[in-house]
Design a protein around this ligand. Structure first.
Ligand code: TXA
Ligand code: MG
Length: 344
């Protein structure tokens, strides 16, 4: 593996050199991991079935889970997407560049391997300078799933990527810790209803306020019965560390400190600051910041889960965040990672 590190993103000469090198690798069919504002992605050029096959193999990703294409300018949509409705255009204009993936009808130029045989493709324009420069210099859209081994938490630092995929990819651009820490919101519009296939930083409230359209969360157990579109990836148990994840909700939260104290081998605890204050000091503690806020949880959850595995701890007790706004996305990921949910 050629490790490409951006030592100092402010140093424009170094940055350009590394990006040019990484773009050349992508153009030649290689695999390059790169930062986005959400999590690190593992990129391949969208039009190379051989590169995409290698990408699925590197991650151990099930072949029925489609990839998101990343663009640096809306003009690249013509290569990927056959048509768009006014509501889809409105969403694009409002939220790009940013953490919103639009599922749109694909063109013939997109190989079936990239979309797991679906007639649609998820597309987003990331809000990250390194990602945008990389795509732009490469000159073609880049398909990129999160740059983790399939089933593990998404990577929010270059080190996480190297741990999972270090010997399976051709290059890694290090842009430091990602800004948001949680994957993009994935939406699909049908009959002027916006279906959220995967919740993320662009919340249902933001989508409704911007468009005035009806917004429906479609990732729940009832989505399929309701005839809503699905993100194939959401059926997998995801984001799970090796440690057992016990989620505490509602009234159960007040038992976290006592439960942590009682366990024979001390677990880790991830909780709001006031809950943590009561947890004994010999327990590994990870803060969610001030009560009621979901941004620290969104930004740090995956890094905390990976650190807990690195420490060799086998159980983590996690306090739920209020499931509104960004908290809806955090709780979606926590429920998928959970071994057990207490308090409901
Ligand atoms: O923030 C993100 O979205 C990151 C960064 C790297 O951009 N990428 C990411 O990709 O999280 P991945 O592959 O880990 O997750 C993509 C999700 C999966 O749940 C997949 O099933 C869904 O998007 N998806 C992709 N294309 C789809 C399609 N055509 N129809 C429905 N769901 C789709
Ligand atoms: Mg992923």
């Amino acid at each position: 593996m050629t490790a490409l590190r951006i030592l100092c993103p402010e140093e424009h000469t170094t940055k350009d050199k590394y990006i040019a090198e990484a773009a050349a690798i992508l153009r030649n069919g290689g695999l390059v991991a790169f930062p986005t504002e959400t999590v690190y992605g593992l990129g391949a050029r969208f039009d190379s079935p051989a590169a995409i096959a290698r990408l699925f193999a590197a991650k151990g990703r099930p072949p029925d889970n489609p990839l998101i294409a990343h663009i640096s300018h809306p003009k690249q949509l013509t290569e990927l997407v056959s048509h768009m409705t006014p509501l889809e255009e409105r969403l694009m204009l409002a939220f790009w560049p940013g953490p919103l993936t639009l599922v749109l009808p694909k063109t013939q130029a997109v190989p079936a391997l990239a979309t797991a045989g679906l007639s649609t493709i998820g597309v987003r324009m990331p809000a990250d300078d390194i990602a945008l420069a990389l795509i732009s210099v490469t000159g073609v859209p880049i398909v990129a799933p999160s740059a983790n081994l399939s089933g593990l938490p998404s990577p929010t630092t270059a080190r996480h990527v190297a741990q999972d995929l270090g010997d399976r990819i051709d290059a890694l651009l290090d842009g430091g810790e990602t800004h948001l820490g949680l994957e993009s919101t994935v939406v699909q519009v049908r009959d002027d209803v916006i279906y959220i296939l995967r919740p993320g930083s662009i919340t249902r409230e933001m989508l409704a306020e911007e468009t005035g359209a009806a917004v429906q969360g479609a990732w729940g157990e009832n989505a399929q019965e309701a005839g809503a579109p699905l993100a194939p990836g959401m059926k997998y148990k995801h984001y799970a560390p090796r440690a057992a994840v016990i989620v505490y909700e509602g009234e159960a939260v007040k038992h976290i400190a006592a439960d942590a104290e009682r366990e024979a081998s001390p677990p880790a605890v991830i909780a709001f600051a006031d809950t943590l204050a009561a947890v004994p000091e010999h327990v590994a503690r990870f803060t969610l910041g001030d009560r009621g806020q979901a941004d620290t949880a969104a930004k740090r959850l995956y890094a905390y889960l990976r650190e807990i595995d690195d420490l060799g701890l086998t159980r983590v007790l996690v306090e739920a965040v209020p499931p509104r706004g960004l908290g809806e996305a955090v709780m979606n990921r926590l429920h998928k990672a959970a071994t057990r949910i207490k308090g409901r």
